[in-house]
Design a protein around this ligand. Structure first.
Ligand code: ASP
Length: 349
């Protein structure tokens, strides 16, 4: 292969220069004025969780509060609810049966971000991510160090593994292989438990025109201990630029990390691409890097600074489109998003 280091560096540099030189609209040129439609909060889920998350967030925004407070208040609802098995307390554990949480926060106003990865024993990783942002000179803490940092700030510790999630893990473990010594109960009718994925993104703009974002998750169920997904990676699972907008990701984190998904969406919006098209282009990049009609899903949500929102999934069905929800002064609204591939089948929509 004719692939010299000099050639590689030359090509990389050319790419970088092209990226930096790509036209970026100044706030004055941009068609979207900050908060043109007033304050808004967007949650990456539809009706049920969307209302639960958007209500407390909107209470803050509607009262003139800050977008950062709003997104974390919204995220905390899911983190603290044991019924949700993909975020916070009650999340599905890793392959060793230990719940490890990832979260990130970003403040457009402060131009700062914070994140935690593989955090154990703390129900609200988004709060710890905020503390990393506001009370350290770092951006990310992981594992034992993140837990010690949370302890230093007095966060309460708890066993995050609920009985429901322990049983789901045990079923997975006992059915994993016939070459190990774990056996399902002889009388048990054991359905293979679904490998639930989840995550929640909350993005907001407040009355002052400042944006913030939060992504929080227990990550991929049964993951290898210490695995980080996209959620705590700034620019992958979430990204905010006060002058442009914000984006967040759910689904197969490995592909989102490789393609810098949320950053790519915000940058595209900055060049004038509408939010929905920006999400589609980021998904098409994943397809380009993997395969046509992939058997995994990724969903992107985007909130432009004027309040224009979008939600696009890799996969969907006409009767089950990817959804997100938005709350503004006009009320609560579920957004039925578009998708690239119909399940099952290969038709582009
Ligand atoms: N994006 C998350 C991760 O890869 C999982 C998910 O959203 O389902 O950790």
């Amino acid at each position: 292969m004719n692939w010299t280091r000099r050639g590689f560096l030359g090509r990389s540099l050319a790419g970088l220069v092209a990226t930096i030189a790509a036209p970026r609209l100044t706030p004055a040129q941009s068609p979207s004025r900050p908060g043109a439609r007033g304050a808004a909060v967007l949650c990456s889920r539809g009706e049920t969780w969307g209302r639960k998350v958007n209500d407390p967030a909107w209470k803050i925004l509607g009262g003139g509060g800050a977008s950062l407070d709003a997104v974390i208040a919204g995220a905390n609802i899911v983190e603290l609810d044991p019924e949700d098995q993909s975020v916070g307390y009650g999340g599905l554990p890793n392959e060793e049966g230990v719940v490890q949480l990832d979260a990130s926060v970003m403040s457009g106003k402060l131009k700062k971000s914070g994140a935690v990865g593989a955090l154990e024993r703390i129900k609200t990783p988004s709060k710890v991510a905020r503390l990393v942002m506001e009370r350290t000179d770092h951006v990310m803490l992981v594992g034992e160090g993140a837990l010690r940092f949370a302890r230093a700030h007095g966060l309460e510790e708890a066993n995050l593994l609920t009985e429901k999630s322990r049983l789901a893990w045990l079923k997975w473990k006992e059915n994993l292989s016939d070459k190990d010594d774990w056996l399902p109960p002889a009388d048990g009718v054991y359905a293979e438990p679904a490998r639930v994925t989840g995550t929640i993104n909350v993005l907001a703009i407040d009355r002052a025109g400042d944006m913030a974002g939060c992504t929080t998750t227990s990550g991929l169920a049964w993951k290898i201990s210490g695995r980080l997904g996209d959620s705590p990676i700034i620019g992958a699972g979430m990204y905010v630029d006060n002058e442009i907008g914000a984006a967040g990701a759910t689904g197969r984190g490995e592909e989102v990390i490789k393609t810098c998904g949320s950053y790519a969406i915000v940058e595209a919006m900055g060049r004038g691409t509408p939010p929905e098209q920006a999400c589609r282009e980021a998904l098409q990049r994943i397809v380009h890097w993997t395969r046509e009609n992939p058997d995994f899903d990724v969903k992107y949500v985007a909130l432009r600074r004027d309040g224009e929102a979008a939600c696009v999934g890799l996969r969907g069905r006409k009767d089950k489109p990817p959804q997100c929800s938005i709350r503004t002064a006009a009320g609560f609204r579920v957004i039925n998003g578009s998708y690239l591939y119909e399940i099952p089948g290969t038709a582009m929509r």
